[in-house]
Write a protein that binds this ligand. Structure first.
Ligand code: A2P
Length: 323
């Protein structure tokens, strides 16, 4: 598996397993076991996904049975919005480690640049009690750096930050951000942000590289308004390129980012699709394919995750998108 070097010494396999919305314990356990069997070593989770404990239990079995060494894995988790406050970083970091039954993670990310209040016992602050809070990124980053010093994470990074916000972290950092995880797919390519990060040694990770086919399932399940999202997997340009290479449309969408040294973390609990998503390193896209795919970029209009399910989020000074 091709790896990307992450500041702090870690090697991130370029294909990882996303786990957002994988909350059914049996389904996730079986998917993870299968994923590990077929060679996945990079697993992406977050405190708010409410599945760290399930992941931790599976990893523990694999490690304690000697089938897998901890150092062969690359595990990412994230500080939730309720933790985007300098006084709560350490507490949430420790809770994630406890859930995962690990001594350290490989990468700890600030999940989103806007912070909310935290109510004990809640992973996500309930909407009717949610209050946006001032988010002092410089103070929070100092606390993130302390997590590296304490050995709780090998590397630290950010997610959903815009270029100005990344620049501010770079300026104040004693420990540089190792990675930026953002929404990236053919309709939202964020070329300037990706190039800026790569020039500064920040590994870029694409979330929703398939266009998040499960987005509205999440919205409905949580009582949020649904919205129309494009079915990227079925777009004619993608289908044509897939036919040409005798690959699935999903594989083309993933390979597009691998060609650009961007890691992908597609989520799947389906055994066949897990296999497909790993099998994207044995073929390449040619310059004509890349040209057609790059031309599909819609800029901000292509964004699916504007996060407006967080109450009043767009009024927060650190709201990152469309700026
Ligand atoms: P499933 O778990 O049933 O495979 P994203 O990472 O862009 O958010 O996409 C995740 C969604 O896409 C999940 O709903 C997942 O469903 C589905 N999915 C994952 N891999 C593929 C694939 N290769 N082709 C089609 N759909 C996929």
């Amino acid at each position: 598996m091709k790896v990307l070097n992450v500041v702090g010494g870690g090697k991130m396999p370029i294909v990882g397993l996303g786990t957002w919305q994988a909350t059914n314990e049996d389904e996730l356990t079986s998917a993870l076991n299968h994923a590990l069997e077929i060679g996945y070593r990079h697993i992406d989770t977050a405190y708010v996904y409410e599945n760290e404990k399930v992941i931790g239990a599976v990893l523990k079995k694999w490690i304690s049975s000697g089938k897998l060494k901890r150092e062969d894995l690359f595990i990412t988790t994230k500080l939730p919005v309720a933790g985007v406050h300098e006084d709560r970083v350490e507490m949430f970091m420790k809770m994630s480690l406890e859930n995962l039954q690990l001594d350290y993670v490989d990468l700890y990310l600030i999940h989103f640049p806007v912070g909310t209040n935290y109510i004990e016992g809640h992973t996500i602050t309930p909407q009717d009690k949610m209050v946006l809070e001032k988010s002092d990124h410089v103070a929070i980053w100092k606390k993130m750096e302390e997590q590296v010093d304490a050995g709780r994470t090998k590397a630290i990074g950010i997610s959903n930050f815009n270029k100005q916000q990344v620049e501010r972290i770079l300026k104040c950092a004693r420990t540089k951000p190792a990675s930026l995880q953002v929404e990236l797919h053919v309709l939202l390519q964020q070329k300037g942000l990706v190039e800026f990060c790569q020039k500064n040694g920040i590994v870029v990770v694409a979330y929703s590289p398939l266009g998040s086919p499960g987005f509205n399932v999440f919205m409905e399940k949580n009582g949020f308004p649904t919205k129309e999202t494009p079915n990227i997997l079925q777009l004619p340009v993608i289908k044509k390129i897939a036919e040409k290479h005798k690959k699935t449309t999903g594989q083309i969408l993933l390979r597009f980012w691998i060609e650009q040294n961007v890691a992908v973390i597609p989520k799947s609990t389906n055994l066949e699709r897990l296999k497909q998503n790993m099998d994207v390193l044995s073929f390449s896209l040619d310059s004509d394919d890349m040209k057609q795919l790059k031309a599909m970029d819609m800029g901000e209009k292509g964004r699916i995750f504007d996060m407006d399910f967080l109450k009043d989020v767009k009024s927060h000074p650190e709201y990152p998108f469309g700026k």
